[in-house]
Ligand binder design. Structure first.
Ligand code: NDP
Length: 333
């Protein structure tokens, strides 16, 4: 069995990850930590978790094998380093930290301690994205030339908190959604971004100098160029992901989501074909891969290094937006 401790009494744990852990054979949640003792107790009882604690120390001393970190972003570094030092495997939410330098510290600590560190980039686990990756890898669109990611949403009212008010907590749409798009592009294309140019905006939702919309243009190693659009303020936009190659195009709709939804169309000289793919819950698959990695059978769907990549890319996008210049992407791994 794998016994988990939750660091953070969060929405994402309540909506997806508690279920994803319990869906595994031997997956058990032993304790939850909230910084507020009342919230810890209430969250534990609402979610059937046997123990509630309000310090990291107490959580790390309990009988657990792994932690899932889903606190606000400024806390991930310290909590991950403490968990690694205590010998616990770490599945951490994105962005891994506030800076890529801090994320590299997490990766280095996990490596030195022989601990599994994963980044919860859920989209890698979507059947749609894996179908696109497989189609590209097997040459079905020829040489990939360009990609377009449509990932501008409306931030649900219950999440209109630190993301749009607190720069010190790592708010803003770039650390929230651009990290996912950078990771998904890397995963689907099997390629790495080398440079980004970005514009950001504050379209009326975010305060504190934070951005609630971003458009980025990426150049990849292979020469492919990509555009991505992330936002919190577009109620009616819908999401999508397209990759256009020399011999075909992949056109996916409604796939930048937390659910196993959407469709993927392959268009070539032969006509159009809807690709079929599995509809497994993204988070269930993420935890399954993580459990396997703990047992020495494979790696997390997204590793700590992947988390360094996505944060380096997002950081470069923010630098580009503030400087007005294209910025090189080097994860220094
Ligand atoms: P929440 O705002 O729900 O939770 C973050 C922290 O805020 C909690 O740890 C909790 O602190 C505190 N908090 C939550 N609800 C309340 C409340 N009602 N009153 C007071 N404090 C509260 O964040 P999310 O779940 O949206 O995001 C958490 C992390 O997960 C972030 O890093 C985010 O980027 C990531 N995320 C990832 C997703 C993915 O699909 N990969 C999707 C959504 C988020 P405490 O624990 O101390 O009580």
């Amino acid at each position: 069995s794998v016994k988990w401790g939750l660091i953070g009494a969060s929405t994402i744990a309540r909506q997806f990850m508690i279920n994803a852990i319990r869906a595994q054979e031997g997956g058990e949640i032993a304790a939850v930590m909230s910084s507020n003792p009342q919230r810890a107790t209430a969250y534990a009882s609402e979610n059937g978790i046997p123990a509630a604690v309000s310090t990291l120390d107490a959580l790390l001393k309990s009988d657990i094998d792994a932690v899932y970190i889903s606190t606000t972003n400024e806390l991930h570094l310290e909590q991950a380093l403490a968990a690694i030092a205590a010998g616990k495997h770490v599945l951490c939410e994105k962005p891994l930290a506030l800076t890529s330098a801090d994320a590299r510290k997490m990766v280095a600590a996990a490596r030195a301690a022989g601990i599994v560190l994963g980044t919860n980039h859920h989209l890698r686990n979507a059947g749609a994205h894996r179908a696109m990756r497989d189609a590209i890898a097997s040459g079905r669109i020829g040489k990939p030339i360009a990609a377009r990611v449509f990932h501008s949403v409306y931030l649900p009212e219950n999440l209109q908190g630190w993301r749009i008010t607190k720069p010190e907590a790592g708010g803003g749409v770039v650390l929230d959604i651009t990290v996912h798009d950078a990771d998904t592009l890397r995963f689907v294309l099997g390629d790495d971004p080398v440079e980004v140019s970005a514009f950001t905006q504050s379209a009326g939702m975010a305060g504190g100098g934070l951005e609630d919309g971003a458009m980025c243009i990426w150049r990849f190693k292979s020469g492919l160029i990509a555009q991505s659009h992330e936002g919190f303020t577009t109620k009616f936009a819908g999401t999508g992901f397209e990759v256009h190659g020399s011999e075909g195009s992949l056109i996916a709709g409604h796939v930048m989501t937390q659910k196993p939804d959407g469709s993927v169309l392959l268009r070539t000289v032969k006509g159009e074909e809807q690709l079929s793919f599995d509809r497994e819950d993204l988070y269930v698959r993420s935890v399954r891969q993580f459990h396997a990695a703990i047992l020495g059978k494979g790696r997390p769907a997204a590793t700590g290094e992947d988390g360094v990549w996505s944060l380096t890319a997002a950081e470069a996008a923010l630098q580009s937006a503030s400087s007005g210049k294209a910025v090189k992407i080097d994860p220094k791994l």
